[in-house]
Structure formats: C-alpha cells, structure tokens
Design a protein around this ligand. Structure first.
Ligand code: PMP
Length: 311
C-alpha cells in the first residue's frame, strides 16, 4: 500500500509540508522505545457530499490524555488540530480518509523526560481494515498488556507490538483476526478494536479497566440506548462468548464488523437477523450524516464559547 506520493502533504509541527520532504530524527526516543502516542480517526463524505471528520473532539482529547499519561509535553489546542486536519484533507483532496495524528519525542537515547514533543498529522485514502465479510476469529495466545505495566487507557505506540503479534498469529493460523484476553483470562478486545456479543436479545461488552476505551464502543453504547437495546458492561468470559448468538468488533477503522465464528464455534444466528446487524446499519448511517451528532463534550464546549462571546 502506498501511503503517499510526490504530491502528498502532511502537517508537521504547525506547518504543511510535502510528505516526501518530511524528516524524522533517527535518534528519537519514540523510534527506539515505542514511546509515542497516536490516534486513528476517520473522515467521511456525507450524504450531501461534504467532508466530515467523525468525532474529532473525542479523538484529539484522547490524544492529549494519552500524551499526558506518558508524561509527554503537549502544548496543542484541539480546535487548532481539528482545523489543521481539515486543511490536510483539503490539500490532499480527500474525503473518505484515514487520519493519523502522532505525537513523538525528540532525540533522546535515555529514559529521561523531554522538554518538547513533535506532532504530525498524516492522511491517506481509506482502505478496508477488516473487510466487509463476517470474521473468523481466534482466541489469541497473547494477553493484552497488564495495566500495572502500561497506561492501558493511552493509545501508545509501544502497545501495538502486542497487537501486531496477536494479529499475525491469528493470520498464520488461518483466521481473520485475534481476540485477546486480559491478564485475568477474561476477554478483553481485538488488536485494534473492541468487542460486543449478543445473547437472547441483549448485548454484552467487557467493562473498562483492561481495555482501550474505544470511541466507537461509546458510539455503539449510544446507539443501543437510542434503539432501546439492553447492553451490559461487565467482566466477560470466553465461555460466555461461546454461548452467544452473535458477536462483533467495533473500532474507528473496523467500524462495526460481525463475526462468523470464534475458534471452532460458529455463531448460530443469521447475521442479518441480529440486533448486532441493526447496530451496524445505524453506525453506517451515523458516520455519513450531515448533522454533527453533538456529543455532550461538544455541547459543553459550545456553551462555554457562547458564554465567552456574550459576556
Ligand atoms: N482497542 C484497541 C486496542 C484499538 O487499537 C482500537 C482502535 N483505536 C480500539 C480498541 C477501538 O478504539 P476506537 O473505537 O476509538 O477506534
């Protein structure tokens, strides 16, 4: 896959530059130790043909929280980064894109704190991440990182060695993707997506603590509320998953994608008849809507702005 060509533009430390001219310091602490944080964001062409970034505030706020969790200097403003992202999309003439902001460290071979960070925002045309067909999933031999060893709520580059190992193992065994458990042996998440499963008209998903709290997971919870689908966040086991009617992964890149099986167990329900499929349709509709679904955070920010301009 070509992520860029001679015309591609990216954002680096406040400037728009050609991707082919961009340089990174090979002595960066990020490259040597996986000490960097990033986001995975999507933009879509809406039904009326506009380019819209889906949940940008949530993603850039998580980027900030990830950087702070890793003690990385973070002096960027969310609104400015969102504007810069729209500028990068426009400069590359992209609507349906994958957006990758990355905060990384300067040259530093020690483990000491840095006084500055660098930030880049790269965009490329979206390719299917897990595809469209139902997935055959394998219970991974790898567990998710222990929250006592890592800031698991941060989207840190180094955590993704674990994701790469799990995904490669699943594919080497003839599966489409991996399911990882946490250090207690309860089901956790995929290498780059959260999991939900359905049984007897109800949905279940692992509670927070040992997983990345996905923004898509939050959207699925919102959709369940709107559609009146009962959903429980709890400790979930592999045994329960193998008694489920259906299951799916959800994530910014994966969107909502159903499973056909976990190991030798085939989910008994026809995907199109499940509540999970209803959620998948609702998600597909939501991401290309013109109306920005005003999240609570955005609503609060707008209230603050209105208060500032009227006072
Ligand atoms: N878990 C992991 C490990 C991930 O990498 C991702 C993708 N960011 C997710 C869950 C889903 O998160 P989101 O919905 O915010 O993309």
């Amino acid at each position: 896959m070509n992520y860029y060509n001679e015309n591609t533009v990216l954002y680096l430390d406040g400037k728009m530059i050609k991707a082919s001219d961009a340089k990174m310091d090979l002595y960066s602490q990020s490259l040597h130790y996986g000490y960097a944080v990033f986001e995975g964001i999507r933009s879509y062409k809406t039904v009326s043909g506009q380019t819209r970034i889906f949940k940008p505030v949530e993603h850039f706020e998580r980027l900030k929280q990830s950087a702070l969790a890793l003690n990385m200097p973070y002096n960027y403003d969310t609104d400015e980064l969102i504007k810069a992202t729209y500028d990068v999309l426009a400069a590359n003439q992209l609507s349906d894109a994958y957006i990758r902001p990355l905060v990384y460290a300067p040259a530093n071979m020690s483990f000491s704190l840095n006084t500055e960070s660098h930030i880049t925002i790269e965009v490329w045309e979206m390719q299917p991440f897990l595809g469209e067909k139902l997935l055959r999933v394998m219970r991974s031999s790898f567990q998710r990182p222990n929250p006592k060893g890592f800031k698991i709520h941060a989207k840190a580059a180094g955590h993704y060695v674990n994701s790469i190992l799990a995904s490669q193992e699943a594919k080497a065994n003839g599966f489409d993707e991996a399911l990882l458990e946490d250090m207690n042996g309860n089901i956790a998440e995929g290498p780059g997506a959260n999991i939900f499963f359905e049984r007897d008209g109800q949905l279940f998903t692992p509670a927070g603590g040992n997983i990345l709290m996905g923004i898509t997971r939050a959207t699925v919870l919102e959709i369940c509320k709107e559609l009146g689908i009962p959903v429980t966040e709890k400790i979930c086991t592999y045994k329960e998953l193998k008694q489920a009617d259906a299951a799916f992964f959800c994530g910014t890149a994966a969107e909502v994608i159903g499973w056909s099986s976990i190991d030798e167990y085939t989910f008994p329900s026809i995907w199109g008849d499940t509540l999970s499929a209803k959620i998948q349709s609702a998600y597909k509709k939501r991401i290309t809507e013109d109306e920005i679904t005003v999240s609570l955070k955005e609503a609060v920010r707008q209230d603050i702005k209105i208060a500032e301009t009227t006072s």
